[in-house]
Write a protein that binds this ligand. Structure first.
Ligand code: SIN
Length: 273
């Protein structure tokens, strides 16, 4: 299996046929994922069934997504289909579903149709960003916790009908959770920054204004391109990321073009439980 590192920060491209992967191959991909945080594959002709089989090599698959559209035959596949009538909303740095007690371990995204130009995705390495903080900030952040909730998913619940009751039910059903501002990776032991723009609401015990100033400092630090990799998709490319230690941002620069991706989310890392 050939593995080519893409940036010093994170990301590697791997040459393997994911549709026919064995347990042995999946273990090698897992080890590459732990080493590079996000891994990419080209020209993968996987069927939706093979996409699910691939995810089973890594852990238990998540329930259908609370707001995005699901695949007509396999509900565990989220279909991210965007064009001028369905504008994308993942162009915000985020780690998936951090309003849950246990946010998912990883996701596998398969490009079905991508625009001729644009629609790239960026990932950032939160462990590297933590290491690059000044020592006094690392110490201070290590004592803090933050509240996460559904954040801008409120827009999806409100919808065109401006349905405030649906939004309140969404807030109630999905709930909120408190996580440490600095996490520790269960496999590598690396410490990482554990707040994100989409879902982190405030630092526990701080006034909103004070919390906003601190979060803004952290987000500007994360934004440095030295922490990132940018992936140029082609039809049938696949990305697999460790959601514990990365954040991602899908560029919304291709409208009125069309982009369609199938995503399977894996909740738990079966090699850790
Ligand atoms: C996501 O946020 O999971 C979507 C990423 C993408 O569409 O590139």
């Amino acid at each position: 299996m050939k593995i080519e590192r893409l940036t010093p920060a994170l990301g590697a491209e791997i040459d393997i046929d994911l549709g026919r992967i064995t347990s042995y191959g999946a273990q090698a991909v897992y080890e590459a994922l732990m080493a590079h945080q996000v891994v990419f594959f080209r020209d993968q002709q996987m069927t939706p069934e093979q996409h699910i089989e691939l995810a089973h090599h890594f852990g238990e698959i998540d329930v259908p997504h609370p707001v995005y559209q699901n695949h007509p035959e396999i509900a565990a596949i989220t279909v991210l289909e965007n064009d001028v009538n369905r504008p994308p909303d993942t162009n915000d740095w985020h780690k998936d579903l951090t309003f849950r007690e246990s946010p998912p371990f990883m996701s596998i995204l398969h490009a079905k149709k991508v625009p001729a130009a644009g629609g790239d995705t960026l990932w950032a390495n939160m462990a590297l960003a933590y290491e690059n903080l000044p020592p006094h900030m690392r110490d201070m952040l290590g004592t803090l916790e933050a509240v996460h909730d559904i954040g801008c998913f409120r827009n999806d619940y409100l919808g065109a009908a401006h349905d405030i009751q649906a939004m309140n039910e969404g807030v109630h059903t999905n709930g909120a959770w408190v996580h440490p501002v600095v996490g520790r990776h269960p496999v590598t032991g690396a410490k990482y920054i554990n707040v994100n723009r989409s879902f982190t609401q405030h630092i526990v015990g701080m006034l909103k204004a004070e919390s906003d100033r601190l979060l803004d400092y952290i987000y500007r630090h994360l934004d440095q391109p030295e922490h990132q990799v940018r992936f140029r998709w082609r039809d049938n490319s696949v990305a697999m990321w460790d959601n514990r230690v990365t954040q991602h941002y899908a560029l919304a620069d291709y409208l009125p073009g069309y982009r369609c991706m199938n995503r399977v989310t894996v909740n738990s890392d079966k090699r850790v439980i």
